[in-house]
Design a protein around this ligand. Structure first.
Ligand code: IPE
Ligand code: IPE
Ligand code: MG
Length: 256
């Protein structure tokens, strides 16, 4: 038997080549519940547990940024009962203690103005109280969509140009990146989507131009530490070429 067959995925991770930023589309809560004859909200409740655990796994491994797609702008179009159940679940689960115990900094990206006041205040408080931690940052994408943030950025640049504060000729890719809500972190190296769908659903479209993608059929409540590690091992087996040839990359590695 090959050694690799008896090693766990966790054992196979090269700790010197961890992805700096892992983005996750936490999908499949509803179907997880429906498959068990339960209400969709039960799936969301179980899913919150997985989210909490995932932040802990990422922290223990030493992942710098983990960005969790928690609620999209399009999710506002779900039935009102589901939306309000999700908002109250969110309110209940922003536990400062979990972040403080794990020394995790909390950040939020998205249109915070759409969120209920109590959720916004609690998030703000938690962000303020964890701002000093610098090892792992957990970013919740809440009322987030990529097209929304790119549109916001375009509007802001246009506003500055109209006021004469910005020469349109100086707009470059870095300036656009800096104008997005993700400007404080590097682009994701690895994006994981659970729930079996092979799409990005308006998540980090600009930022994931060269991100490695990992899809699993597991529903979010069934996502495990082993699956998380499997995704990282998969990431580490990819050769990231950024448009160059394979030989160029090998030579660059040698020269390091
Ligand atoms: C993801 O699970 C959670 C949110 C989008 C809020 P879903 O609720 O989309 O679950 P499925 O995809 O319907 O199973
Ligand atoms: C993406 O899941 C959004 C989140 C996980 C928060 P959706 O369930 O909303 O995506 P679609 O509708 O299947 O594309
Ligand atoms: Mg879904």
């Amino acid at each position: 038997m090959n050694m690799k067959d008896i090693m766990t995925y966790k054992d196979q991770i090269d700790m010197d080549r961890l992805p700096q930023h892992v983005a996750i589309i936490m999908d499949g809560n509803g179907r997880w519940a429906q498959n068990r004859g339960l209400d969709r909200s039960q799936g969301h409740i179980r899913g919150t547990r997985t989210t909490r655990e995932t932040i802990e796994w990422a922290t223990r491994l030493g992942i710098r940024y983990i960005t969790l797609y928690t609620f999209s702008i399009e999710n506002w179009n779900r039935p009102e009962t589901e939306v309000s159940a999700l908002m109250s679940l969110l309110f209940k689960n922003i536990e400062e203690k979990v972040f403080i115990d794990n020394k995790v900094r909390l950040r939020v990206i998205g249109d915070m103005s759409q969120l209920p006041r109590n959720v916004r205040d609690k998030l703000q408080e938690c962000m303020d109280h964890t701002a000093q931690f610098d090892r792992t940052t957990a970013v919740l994408a809440l009322s987030y969509s990529s097209r929304w943030e790119i549109t916001e950025c375009a509007r802001e640049l246009a506003r500055k140009a109209a006021k004469g504060e910005l020469d349109p000729e100086t707009i470059d890719q870095d300036m656009v990146s800096r104008g997005l809500s993700t400007s404080f972190m590097p682009d994701p190296d690895l994006l994981i989507r659970t729930g079996g769908e092979l799409r990005l659903s308006n998540y980090l479209l600009w930022q994931s131009a060269y991100t490695e993608l990992y899809f699993t059929d597991l529903f979010w409540p069934d996502f495990s530490e082993e699956e998380f590690c499997k995704a990282i091992v998969y990431y580490q087996q990819r050769q990231r070429r950024f448009g160059k040839t394979s030989a160029q990359i090998v030579n660059e590695e040698k020269a390091k």
